[in-house]
Design a protein around this ligand. Structure first.
Ligand code: CS2
Length: 522
C-alpha cells in the first residue's frame, strides 16, 4: 500500500497533466450499470476522449450492483480514479474524470430507478458480465425459474436483477415524461443489443396486463438497443497499481484500474436521444457490428478461454505465463486459425495478420499479470457465446473440432473435476455459477471414469451448458470425454498433443483421399 502521508486523489489533487481535459462534465447523460474495472478503463476513457474533443452533458453516473468498494472509494475521491496503462516497456497513468456520481443498487435501489428515469439520462450502458443477464441455462431466454427474476416481476420489493432494474426504471420514465432513451450493452455476448432487447421485452411482456399494455408500445417505439463490440484487457486491481499511481501522480488512489494499451469499441449508431462523440475517442460506428463481434468473441475470447484452462491445469497463474508455454501457444494457434477463423468473415477494414499478431502480443503482456483464474471464471456463461456455433459449423461439415473439444474438456476438468483429479489452485479459485449444478450432474455420471466414457459429458451437454445443437453430435461428447481422460491421466500438455495429433492425422487422411481421387482420375 502507498504511504498514508500522500494526499488522497480528488478534484484538487489530480496533477493537471494526468487529466485528459480541463472541464469534467457537470451533467449526467449516461447511467452505467456495472461499475467494475472494465467500464472504468474502457467506456469511461472513450468518453473522456470524446469530451476532450467536444464538451457535452455526458457525465456518467456509475451504478455498482452489490459491492460497495468502488462506489464508496470513488465518493471519497470525488469521483476520481486513475487508469494505469501498462505494457512491458511503458506505464502511463491518466485520470478520466467523467463520473458525476456512484450508487450501489443494493443500498439505493430507488435512486437507481430515478436515475434511469431522469430526463437528462439519454443512454443507459451496461457491463454486468455474461452472468448478469439472468439467462435461463436451458432456454437462453430470461430465467423465469430464478427466484430473483420472479421476485422482480412481482415487484413488491426493489428489483435486484439488471433486467428488472432496467424495466422498472423504464416504467418510471414512461410514466414521468416518456422521453426516448438508448440501452447499450457493452458485454461479451453475440448480438448483445438484440439479446438485451429480447430479455427486456420478455420481462415487460410478463408484467400484469395493465402494466404491460402501458409499457410495451412505448418500449417498442422509444427505446433502442444498439449492439456493440468492446475490447480491452483489464485485470483486477492490486497494490502494484496503487503504488504505480502513488509514484507517478504523488497521490493515494484506492481503486485504480490497470489496463493494456489496446482499446477498441465498435457499435451501431442507433441512439434514440443522442450520444457523446465517441468517434473522437477512437470508437467506430457501423451498420453491421456482428462481424466485429464474432471476430473478437471467437479469436480473442474463445482462444483466451483455452489458454486460461490449459494454463490453470498446467499450474500457470497468469495468461502471459500460460502463453509462454509452447504447447499452449500451439494449441491457441490451432484453435484460432483452424477452428474459429473458418467460422467468421473478417471485416474489410481489419488486417487479419496484424490483428492476430497483436492478439499474441496482448496475451503475452507480462507486465499486466492477467490471471488465468479471472479469464477462466464464469465459463458456464462465457463458453456458450464462444464455442457452440463454430463447433457446430465444423461438425455439420463432417470435421471434428478437436481444439474446441479440448477447450470444453479443460474447462470441465477445472470446474467439475473428475473423481480423484485435482486441477490445482488456479482452477480451484475459478468462480462459476454452475459449479454446483455441474457437480450434481457429474456426481451421477462421473467424468473421465473411463477414457471413452462419454455419459458424464453427454449429461453435461444435455443440461444446456452449450445450447441444444451439440447434443445431436455424440461424437463431440466422446471426443471431449477422451480428452478429459488424457488430461486426468497424463496432463494438459498430453491432451494438447492428442488434439494436435488428431488434426495432423485427419489432414494426412484428407491429403491421402485427395491424392487417391487424383490418381483415380488419371
Ligand atoms: C476474457 C475477457 O475474461 C474473459 O473471458 O476473455 O474479459 C477479455 O479479456 C476481454 O473481453 C478483452 O476485451
Amino acid at each position: 500500500m502507498p504511504p498514508t502521508s500522500l494526499p488522497r486523489l480528488g478534484r484538487t489533487t489530480v496533477p493537471p497533466h494526468a487529466l485528459g481535459y480541463r472541464r469534467p462534465p457537470a451533467e449526467t447523460g449516461i447511467v452505467h450499470l456495472g461499475l467494475g474495472n472494465f467500464h472504468r478503463a474502457h467506456q469511461a476513457v472513450h468518453t473522456a476522449a470524446a469530451l476532450a474533443h467536444t464538451d457535452g452533458p455526458w457525465g456518467i453516473l456509475g451504478v455498482a450492483g452489490r459491492s460497495t468498494t468502488v462506489a464508496r472509494a470513488l465518493r471519497e475521491q470525488e469521483m476520481r480514479y486513475a487508469v494505469v496503462e501498462i505494457s512491458p516497456g511503458r506505464t502511463e497513468v491518466t485520470v478520466p474524470a467523467v463520473h458525476t456520481g456512484a450508487l450501489v443498487a443494493a443500498e439505493q435501489p430507488d435512486d437507481v430507478l430515478d436515475a434511469l428515469a431522469a430526463p437528462g439520462t439519454a443512454v443507459i450502458t451496461m457491463t454486468v458480465t455474461e452472468h448478469g443477464y439472468t439467462f435461463s441455462p436451458r432456454t437462453h431466454g430470461l430465467d423465469f425459474d430464478a427466484p430473483v427474476v420472479r421476485a422482480d416481476l412481482r415487484g413488491d420489493a426493489p428489483p435486484r436483477t439488471t433486467i428488472g432494474q432496467i424495466v422498472r426504471g423504464l416504467q418510471r420514465r414512461r410514466r414521468a415524461h416518456a422521453t426516448p432513451v438508448t440501452v447499450l450493452s457493452c458485454d461479451n455476448l453475440v448480438g448483445n443489443g438484440d439479446q438485451t432487447k429480447r430479455l427486456v421485452h420478455e420481462f415487460a411482456e410478463a408484467l400484469p396486463a395493465a402494466e404491460r399494455d402501458d409499457l410495451m408500445p412505448w418500449l417498442q417505439s422509444a427505446v433502442t438497443f444498439p449492439s456493440s463490440m468492446v475490447d480491452r484487457i483489464v485485470p483486477a486491481t492490486t497494490d502494484v497499481y496503487r503504488e504505480a499511481v502513488a509514484a507517478r501522480l504523488g497521490v493515494r488512489d484506492a481503486v485504480p484500474v490497470p489496463a493494456e494499451p489496446f482499446s477498441m469499441w465498435v457499435m451501431e449508431d442507433r441512439f434514440a436521444a443522442g450520444r457523446p462523440g465517441w468517434e473522437h475517442g477512437g470508437a467506430l460506428f457501423t451498420d453491421d457490428v456482428e462481424p466485429y463481434e464474432l471476430l473478437k468473441l471467437r479469436l480473442l475470447n474463445g482462444t483466451h478461454s483455452l489458454i486460461a484452462y490449459l494454463g490453470a491445469l498446467d499450474g500457470r497463474e497468469t495468461i502471459p505465463d500460460a502463453i509462454a508455454r509452447p504447447f499452449i501457444a500451439d494449441a491457441a494457434r490451432s484453435v484460432l486459425h483452424d477452428e474459429y477463423l473458418p467460422s467468421l468473415t473478417v471485416p474489410a477494414d481489419v488486417d487479419l495478420d496484424d490483428y492476430v499478431r497483436q492478439l499474441f502480443d496482448r496475451w503475452g503482456n507480462s507486465a499486466l499479470g492477467h490471471r488465468t483464474r479471472q479469464v477462466g471464471s464464469d465459463g458456464s456463461v462465457k463458453l456458450r457465446q464462444r464455442v457452440p456455433d463454430p463447433a457446430l459449423l465444423h461438425l455439420r461439415a463432417g470435421r471434428m473440432p478437436h481444439h474446441l473439444a479440448l477447450t470444453v474438456a479443460a474447462y470441465l476438468c477445472c470446474v467439475a473435476p473428475p473423481p480423484g483429479f485435482s486441477p490445482g489452485p488456479q482452477a480451484a479459485a475459478m468462480v462459476d455459477p454452475a459449479r454446483e449444478r455441474l457437480a450434481s450432474i457429474t456426481g451421477r455420471a462421473p467424468l473421465g471414469s473411463r477414457a471413452a466414457d462419454a455419459c458424464g459429458v453427454e449429461a453435461v451437454l444435455a443440461s444446456g451448458l452449450l445450447g441444444d445443437g451439440l447434443t445431436e453430435h455424440p461424437a463431440f461428447a466422446s471426443r471431449i470425454a477422451e480428452l478429459i481422460g488424457v488430461i486426468v491421466r497424463h496432463g494438459p500438455a498430453a491432451a494438447a498433443a492428442d488434439a494436435f495429433g488428431a488434426v495432423a492425422t485427419a489432414d494426412a487422411r484428407a491429403v491421402g483421399a485427395a491424392e487417391g481421387v487424383a490418381q483415380a482420375a488419371r
